[in-house]
Design a protein around this ligand. Structure first.
Ligand code: BG6
Length: 512
């Protein structure tokens, strides 16, 4: 198979081919590298889609050498790779892994990194294309950007090759002002075209399928508007509590952690206008338009449209779960929300008056993410005349995870002499059709950076547009100075307030 035939590298934006490069991971001895980046790169190697000339150079404070780093990588891959590590594939991959010790703000160490990169690249015949991956805590992002730019490690963006691309992890700030400050700092050192802000939800197979489903089929798009759709529900529920991440989560909460980024991106894909081409910026413009059409949340409408809550002690699969305030590292009087539900509107022609209900939380009954499009009811004639038992409207549910797939609920006649109507489901399951081994989000995203396709990455304007919309909610919460939040027992579907938010409008959350 040639590179262009390989379906795994046929990019969403065209047939982009990963180019030879060095992946330089700042924070290369950390958790993200071990759990996600190295396993993703290894799986790309297994698929044969990595460029022939390729190297990984990890840069971090830990005192490791190449051998110890390869061992670190092997363990990470053995534990977290979706496919098992096989010695014959591992050996050629491991040879491409290097380690350089140093801190992010030490000029001499960065100069030594630069010299090492030159050496490795000369040896492997690499042309100086570099992907810098900042797998570092948010406070170090700008330090790293400054370090690479001041040491001359950033190529001129006007030159096609060699290129420099820099991958940044979330969170980009914790409010509009800090996000702008980070973006300003980044832009002092890098061109926007060199910055790849990752939102790993955009790399999920099922999320990418939203566009294919909408624009690769004739039957959905004509119905995809306020005339036919009653409302949309977006649920991202997690069974786990805060786990070991209290230090970060206490500064974030569900709104910042999940809604500002992942969920608003899901909303953008579901609600965007058809892009006029597959060009990354055309698609990103269309997503941005959705964020700009979000109806502002104001002090007057916040109570009707936003519910926050925190998990109290409860049970999950037969075991006791402590309440959030009793978790390790959480303040005993914390008012950080672990659950948020919202009713949002898009003030544009397509979606006028259609509510989008969003809910996300930790310590809910199960891990399940889906987007459910609820169509309008059929008229109250013929089969739908019984007001006590109205027909259930059609629902198209896009299951993002787990059990990826989509289902359509339709009314059907029960077999027999009388006309009795029953809702049935047409169900498509990825696993059944394509097998269980969909690539991980990071695989796709790393490949896209190597290919220079920014479609699935966040542009500065989108990050700031979503913070701009979130900001009034943060401000309102701040000014309320609540001493406690509504609670829900761990292992349940959120607080009663979120039920009311939807049932007050004669709708119900879907049972997942
Ligand atoms: C991360 C959040 O961005 O996404 C986590 O910081 C959350 O709190 C995670 O658990 C969910 O990702 P996924 O891919 O497991 O749904």
């Amino acid at each position: 198979m040639t590179e262009t035939d390989n379906p795994l590298i046929a990019g969403l934006g065209g047939d982009l081919i990963p180019q030879p490069c060095t992946v330089v991971i700042f924070g290369g001895a950390g958790d993200l590298t071990r759990r996600k980046l190295l396993p993703a790169l290894y799986n790309l190697a297994l698929d044969g889609v990595l460029p022939a000339q390729f190297a990984v150079v990890a840069y971090a404070l830990d005192s490791l050498d190449d051998g110890a780093f390869r061992e670190f990588a092997r363990k990470g891959i053995e534990k977290y790779s979706r496919r098992p590590l096989e010695q014959e594939d591992w050996a050629p991959f491991a040879e491409r892994l290097y380690y350089q010790q140093g801190s992010f703000d030490d000029d001499d160490a960065i100069a030594a990194l630069k010299a090492r990169l030159h050496g490795i690249e000369a040896e492997l015949g690499l042309n100086g294309n570099r992907m810098f991956y900042f797998a570092v805590p948010p406070t170090f992002i700008t330090t790293c950007a400054r370090a690479i730019s001041e040491s001359g490690l950033v190529a001129d963006p006007e030159l096609g090759t060699p290129w420099t691309r820099v991958v940044i992890e979330k969170p980009i700030g914790r409010d509009l002002q800090s996000a702008r400050a980070i973006n300003d700092d980044l832009q002092a050192h890098l061109a926007e075209s060199q910055i790849y802000r990752i939102d790993h939800y955009l790399g999920k197979e099922t999320v990418q399928n939203i566009l294919v489903m909408r624009f690769g089929n004739a039957i959905f798009e004509p119905l995809w508007n306020a005339k036919h759709i009653d409302h949309v529900q977006i649920t991202v529920s997690e069974a786990e509590g805060v786990g070991t991440r209290a230090g970060y989560y206490e500064t974030a909460g569900a709104l910042r952690d999940m809604v500002q980024n992942h969920i608003l991106q899901l909303l953008s894909l579901v609600a965007m206008e058809p892009p006029w081409s597959m060009d990354p910026d055309v698609i990103r413009d269309a997503r941005l338009d959705v964020l700009r059409a979000l109806r502002p949340i104001t002090p007057e409408n916040i109570d009707a449209n936003v519910v926050r809550a925190q998990y109290a002690s409860g049970f999950y699969q037969g075991t006791d779960v402590p309440g959030y305030r009793r978790e390790n590292g959480v303040a005993a009087d914390s008012t950080v929300e672990t659950y948020v539900a919202l009713r949002v509107f898009l003030d544009n022609w397509r979606w006028a008056g259609v509510p989008f209900y969003i809910r996300t939380g930790k310590a809910l009954p199960k891990r399940a993410s889906e987007i459910a499009v609820h169509f309008k009811s059929v008229p109250h004639v013929l089969f739908n005349t019984d007001e006590q038992h109205p027909l259930e409207p059609n629902v198209l549910a896009l299951r993002i995870q787990p059990d990826e797939g989509l289902s359509l609920r339709i009314a059907s006649k029960l077999p027999g002499p009388r006309v009795r109507i029953y809702p049935v489901k047409m169900d498509f399951r990825y696993g059944n059709t394509f097998g269980d081994q969909a690539p991980e989000a990071y695989e796709r995203l790393l490949l896209d950076v190597m290919a220079g396709d920014a479609t699935l990455f966040m542009r500065r304007d989108a990050v700031e547009a979503s913070w701009a919309w979130i900001q009034p909610i943060l401000d309102a919460w701040q000014s309320k100075k609540a001493r406690w939040l509504p609670e829900y027992p761990a292992g349940t579907w959120g607080p009663i307030e979120s039920e009311r938010m939807i049932t007050d409008h004669d709708r119900d959350w879907r049972v997942l």
